[in-house]
Design a protein around this ligand. Structure first.
Ligand SMILES: Nc1ncnc2c1ncn2[C@@H]1O[C@H](COP(=O)(O)OP(=O)(O)OP(=O)(O)O)[C@@H](O)[C@H]1O
Ligand SMILES: [Zn+2]
Length: 631
């Protein structure tokens, strides 16, 4: 019996032949990636390339089953290749321990694949691969999971929505005043410990903290309170100068848990109808009885008492100060001063944030939590679930079959699905028809033009004046951006005299041109740079071919975002939550009625040995103890 007999039987000869001949790329070899690679190898995908920049961590082993203890600190891509190859030596696997954003993975490299799979954990890398697949015109199967939710989406340039067609929500931010003056939940105290106290003492200042919303200050609200908060931060900077002295823990403690709280209390208006905070005393807590700090630290599931949190606070602040002092002593003069950053897996930083958050919580009458719980909250951790990854990876392969089978893109659009995996609704899997591209999408509704540029000679002004205004016919109102950062518009001319290399624009990088004219607006254009040394007598920047930029159809502006599916609530991990809100969906009752038909049909299929992977729907059927029926 040949190794691929079963794959051939279940897929049928034609599709199986296509699978065997295919050349695919998998980006990311983590939770979804390990499952997906196993599926691809066992199904017999002929040539599989894997890219992952990371090394294996102990915390990966519970679900990333291609990795074992002895692989810790080794490259994920290389170990995944070795482990998976043993499942099917007929498959060729190539592994790269690298960032997918590396210039060596250019458009031509992407073009050599039949399908690209994203098995990533961050929006930035997903957007990059999305862009490369659009540029290379290669179908992309995008996937993501968060806890029990998963989703898979097929992206085909010009025919379906791309990853950027539906804008992604920005991460949650908290108002500064809630964090600094009036916390009402433990998460506010954790953000305070992590993004304010820790950052001010050991890291970069709060001005750079992404979780704090500074807009209140900009709008001039609560002027007195803001002034007070600024004063506190300045005082804390002075306390920071005492780092290394024996009195440092006391100085920090008394400032943030005693003096600042007393000052807050003096703003009586703030506490009308609210529980007023109660300041803590360093001396009293020093005298309170508590176990040795190592005993407290050894139990991360227990909620520590105020005295225990106090002991951990003092202990961790000493550990962190010593570490920073040592780093400073070793730092070379002339380099910027070393700083520490919060990492949920760095025990010193986590202990400090847990103790600080719980002490602050006790001041404001908020329920404290265990170190284990606070680690999840501080690290924005949503537990990764192996089963969700496995199901999602399975769905990726089912969609890949459609990509291989339907060469005609419009047929593919009709046959392939965007699938949502979710709990808490009638159906675990909700397949959806793919939407058409959003005509306003900043990524896929763009025209792509290549420029030959001598990057050491060409200036931004050459691009603006010679290429855009002169050759492509832009008026005065347009902007030039690089990865979302503004380089030029009618009010921003600071960079005009800089060369491309000074602006960090080299081979393969690109800028986007957005026309802001009132009428006949041109479609967005992405200019990709082909860096070349050009003779000094030549112009330093040239269009590769004669092009004209089309104008936007007026109607498209209002018909913009295809938000018909109500599914696009993306969370931090980049997966949508898959809530079923669409009226077009069948109800549970309808679904179970259909189940009977499905089962009958299944029987007939079994008898006739018809193997057709199209239109697979999975329905959880409670009447039959959660049996899953494939239609
Ligand atoms: N730019 C990138 N280039 C290549 N690989 C990337 C890039 N960004 C992320 N990855 C990889 O994508 C994978 C995503 O896997 P997963 O979501 O399971 O994350 P993880 O880091 O393995 O686990 P966790 O974040 O839950 O600890 C990781 O292995 C990560 O290294
Ligand atoms: Zn798009």
């Amino acid at each position: 019996m040949t190794r691929d007999k079963f794959a051939q039987q279940s897929l049928g000869g034609t599709l199986h032949g296509m699978v065997k001949k295919s050349r695919v790329l998998m980006v990311g070899a983590g939770g979804i990636g390990c499952e997906l690679l196993k599926n691809l190898v066992l199904t017999g995908f002929g040539e599989i390339h894997i890219v992952d920049l990371d090394t294996i961590d102990l915390s990966n082993l519970n679900r990333q089953f291609l990795f074992r203890n002895e692989h810790i600190k080794k490259s994920k891509a290389l170990v995944a290749k070795e482990s998976a190859h043993a499942f099917n030596p007929n498959v060729a696997i190539e592994a790269y321990h690298d960032n997918i954003k590396d210039p060596r993975f250019d458009v031509a490299w992407f073009q050599a694949f039949d399908i690209v799979f994203n098995a990533l954990d961050n929006i930035d890398a997903r957007r990059h691969v999305n862009k490369m697949c659009l540029a290379a015109n290669v179908p992309l199967i995008e996937s993501g999971t968060t806890g029990f939710n998963g989703n898979v989406q097929v992206i085909k340039k010009g025919h379906t929505e791309c990853y950027d067609c539906v804008p992604k929500p920005t991460p949650k931010v908290f108002a500064t005043c809630t964090i600094r003056s009036t916390p009402s939940q433990l998460i506010h105290c954790i953000v305070w410990g992590k993004s304010y106290l820790f950052a001010e003492l050991f890291g970069i200042s709060e001005d750079d903290a992404p979780e704090l919303d500074q807009s209140l200050e900009k709008e001039g609200n609560n002027a007195d309170e803001i002034a007070k908060l600024r004063e506190e931060a300045t005082k804390l900077k002075r306390v920071r100068e005492q780092m290394g002295s024996q009195d440092f823990p006391r100085a920090v403690f008394e400032m943030v848990f005693s003096d600042d709280i007393e000052r807050l209390l003096s703003m009586e208006d703030m506490w009308k109808g609210k529980r007023a905070p109660v300041a803590l005393s360093f001396d009293k807590l020093s005298d309170d009885s508590k176990p040795p700090v190592q005993t407290t630290l050894s139990d991360d599931q227990k909620t520590w008492s105020v005295a225990e949190n106090f002991a951990v606070f003092v202990d961790s602040i000493n550990r962190l100060s010593q570490r920073l002092e040592t780093q400073r002593a070793q730092a070379e003069t002339g380099n910027s001063a070393p700083v520490l950053s919060f990492d949920k897996d760095d025990a010193d930083t986590l202990d400090f944030v847990v103790a600080s958050a719980n002490l602050r919580a006790s001041i404001f009458g908020i329920e404290p939590r265990s170190k284990f719980d606070i680690k999840q909250m501080a690290g924005n951790i949503i537990p990764a679930i192996a089963t969700t990854n496995a199901m999602t990876a399975g769905l990726c392969v089912l969609q890949a079959f459609k990509v291989l089978r339907y060469a005609d893109p419009e047929q593919l659009k009709r046959q392939a699905k965007s699938v949502f995996l979710t709990r808490g609704t009638d159906r675990m899997l909700a397949p959806e028809t793919l939407s058409a591209p959003n005509p306003e999408c900043p990524t896929c509704s763009v025209a792509r033009i290549t420029l030959t540029v001598d990057i050491t000679r060409a200036k931004l002004s050459d691009l603006v004046e010679d290429v855009l205004k002169e050759q492509l016919g832009y008026g005065e109102e347009f902007s030039v951006t690089k990865e979302g950062d503004l380089l030029y518009d009618a009010d921003e001319d600071a960079h005009l005299n800089k060369t491309f290399s000074e602006l960090g624009l080299g081979k393969g990088s690109s800028v986007t041109i957005i026309d802001d004219a009132d009428e006949d607006r041109k479609v967005n254009v992405e200019l990709t740079i082909d860096a070349k040394d050009l003779p000094p007598s030549d112009k330093p920047i040239n269009l590769v071919e004669d092009v004209q930029v089309a104008t936007k159809p007026n109607a498209a502006v209002s018909s913009a975002a295809p938000t018909t599916n109500g599914h696009n609530h993306e969370n931090a991990n980049g997966t949508s939550n898959g809530t079923v809100e669409n009226n077009l969906k069948r109800t549970a009752d309808q679904a179970s009625l259909e189940d009977d038909l499905v089962r009958k049909k299944g029987k007939v299929m079994e008898e006739k040995q018809i193997m057709d992977t199209d239109d697979i729907q999975v329905i959880e059927d409670e009447k039959y103890d959660g049996v899953i029926t494939l239609d």
